[in-house]
Design a protein around this ligand. Sequence first.
Ligand code: ADP
Ligand code: MG
Length: 458
Amino acid sequence: MSNKTIQNNNNYDNTWLIVQNDLKDDLKSIIWNSWVKPLVFINYSNFILTIQTPSELVKNRIDNQYYDKIFFRAKRLFIGLNKIKFTVQTGKKNFQILNKTMPIEKNQTLSSISFTDNASKILNKNYTFENFIVDKSNELAYFSAKRLVQEFNVDYNPFFIYGNVGIGKTHLLNAIAWNIQKNNNKKFIYISAERFMYQFIKSLKMNETLRFKDQFRSIDILMIDDLQFIGGKKSTQEEFFHLLNDLIDNKKQVIITADKSPSNIKNLDYKIRSRLSGGLVVDILPTTFELRKKIIRNKVSTKNVNLEKDIITFLAENIFNSVRELEGALNKIMLYSDITNLNLNLASAKTILADYLNKSHKKITIKDIQLEVSKYYNLQFHELCSKNRSRHISKPRHIAMFLSKQLTDASYPEIGKLFGGKDHATVIHGVNKIKFLIETDRKVKQDLDNITLILKED
Ligand code: ADP
Ligand code: MG
């Protein structure tokens, strides 16, 4: 009797292989390879088909997403099929996530292949909370990050930080990672989006996507830097989307940085956008004059260098694109004074920094500003200079007037003349309106910073 059962099950074993093969027609090969291929037939009795999965993860995914498809195919060959039961293979090894990453050698066993990188190798020891200078342009990101490591509040999931290049996103992400490493034993992965993609593709090539999935899911916290690089990469995005869902649904923390907000990253799948927008999204705004001054003072004092006040002010006023650029300029000056052993004056500082200054010192005209502002707000050039006072035109007009006052040497009357012959009081009124909005309306501040950057980049 028992012999017969085995005999039957052996037959069914082959039947299952046919079902598996049929499913290739229903699923993309990436999906099939990852989720269907590893399924193993256990038995078929009482019209219940029992199938073994290699992990809880696979079991859940199959149950939630592919049950119907599998059932439909299986029913045609397992006569009378009533139900499929998925079990999990026991005694499976867990992967070490933060083990030292070793190069893959020929004789290395598969179970030691890691698709996650060794975080402590990547982290920068200077990028800590203590070394991060806080100011109103970045306080939201800073305090949210600090709060997150204190509480791991699931409401902040995913936690998304965005902002232009060189203004402290990676620094904050590192700070979070250091904090986790120091203060609790949560398992985390810290990886750049590019590296994530590379590892995923590597796993595809090695036919090891399952291992990839397992490794990325057996953690408590996932940190991905520069997510924008995933834009347009379809299969990686698909994988990332499922990973995101699995982690968040299991209350595992996800922390992400990018140069744009989820809705503004190019070629990002809408499902990912909406999932990312569902957590806490904070931005780091372009640096303020005050922040730049603080950063310079801080650096100067830690390096024990003497830098005159007027040089500090000059640097803070003129090198404003990013903290990274500011640090570069400062390093150059400090190196120079180190080598020459001279106390720098403003004139020599300007000479040393000629490269940096030419870039930011492009002469901007009122016409440039008007063109850029019209483009930014989707207006016709003539509308900007018209008398039309509807809000969608008057606000951009005031912004253009404000920028003209900020970025050119023109006087109020001169600006008025170029805005369709308006008098100086009208210009002052417009400029003041924007001055008020900068303090109260984040969107206006952001728009101004964006337009200024565009004007200075050209
Ligand atoms: P991003 O990732 O946004 O491109 P980074 O985090 O790499 O920028 O920052 C660029 C450089 O500027 C780093 O050296 C970083 O330490 C420094 N930096 C940025 N913001 C701050 C800040 N608020 N305080 C101190 N250093 C900062
Ligand atoms: Mg960065």
